[in-house]
Design a protein around this ligand. Structure first.
Ligand code: NDP
Length: 295
């Protein structure tokens, strides 16, 4: 029988969106400014289009203005850079997001580099990542998914300081910033990746596990120390004949097994996923407040 507390990301994200809605309207009334988010989508990947649509809808739901540019797959890097530069100069845009992945013929780093760090609400500008990694420095923005993971720990009063944490995955957008954030909160952090020897043995030592791999049910019950807290970032679709769609979404962690051993766990879906967009909205509000010196 399950004993782990379910960390309800959907509920927390809803609370955060309500807080943001209140702040957006307070700002509008006080200084007449509406926070604005610009999203640049290149190509016609279905998943990217869905993410962009969801981000736009989320903006509307909290009163943030959204701007969208949709460029064809075969456009040039220069064209994308031109839009980035226009949004950098546009005072009604406070946050700029370039939906990844970009087509192969473009240099992703060139484009992420071009986003003004004051408007880098995804937190992917190398300067923001660099500051995240440095003691005594503060990034202007932290990447949304790992920020959402930490926010869940905070809102469930799970202490991080002095804990042993394992992050599985080392991508620029999730694993690495998650590890940096945990370290910044005084956890002792190990990072597990595809070349790690005996990941199970290492993971079993963790009080806190953040998994961001993209492999269904990779983390078994035997990987988990009794009482550990599990944040499962993975989103994997697996065949499921009993579902009307023929598939369902699961995380990286074998939920059935883990929920009997862990003290708290995020479900998939309904865990980290909804937090990512909530953090994007929060970063956009922060950008607008900072620009207008509004507290
Ligand atoms: P990447 O594919 O960029 O990174 C995956 C990481 O997992 C890599 O660092 C890789 O190691 C590591 N890895 C791969 N196989 C293994 C293995 N067998 N054992 C240990 N580590 C392994 O993925 P992302 O970071 O972009 O995303 C990870 C997951 O999170 C995906 O399922 C994605 O869908 C989901 N996601 C969810 C979001 C949300 O909002 N909830 C947002 C973003 C992502 P190496 O570096 O050695 O290759």
């Amino acid at each position: 029988e399950a004993t782990a507390e379910v960390i309800d990301g959907k509920l927390v994200a809803k609370q955060i969106r309500e807080e943001i809605t209140a702040e957006v309207s307070r700002m509008k009334e006080a200084i007449g400014v509406i926070p604005g988010l610009a999203v640049i989508l290149v190509g016609d990947r279905k998943d990217s289009a869905t993410y962009v649509r969801n981000k736009k809808k989320a903006c509307e739901s909290v009163g943030i203005k959204s701007f969208e540019v949709n460029l064809p797959e075969d456009c040039t890097e220069q064209e994308v850079l031109k839009y980035v530069s226009d949004f950098n100069d546009d005072p009604s845009v406070h946050g700029i997001l370039v939906q990844l992945p970009l087509p192969n013929h473009m240099n992703e780093q060139n484009i992420l580099h071009a986003v003004s760090i004051e408007k880098d609400v995804d937190g992917f500008h190398p300067l923001n990542i660099g500051r995240l990694a440095m003691r005594g420095e503060e990034p202007l923005f932290v990447p949304c998914t790992p920020k959402g993971c930490i926010e869940l720990l905070h809102r469930y009063n799970i202490s991080i300081k002095g804990k042993r944490a394992v992050v599985i995955g080392r991508s620029n957008i999730v694993g690495t910033p998650a590890a940096l954030l945990l370290q910044g909160e005084d956890a002792t952090v190990s990072v597990v990746h595809s070349r790690t020897k005996d990941p199970e043995e290492l993971t079993r030592q963790a009080d806190i596990i953040i998994s961001a791999v993209g492999k269904a049910n990779m983390v078994k019950g035997s990987w988990i120390k009794p009482g550990a807290v599990i944040i499962d970032v993975g989103i994997n679709s697996i065949e499921d004949a009993s579902s009307p769609r023929g598939y369902r979404l699961v995380g990286d962690v074998c939920y059935e097994e883990a929920s009997k051993i862990a003290s708290a766990i995020t479900p998939v879906p309904g865990g980290v996923g909804p937090m990512t967009i909530a953090m994007l909205l929060s970063n956009t509000l922060t950008a607008a407040k900072r620009t207008h010196n509004f507290q």
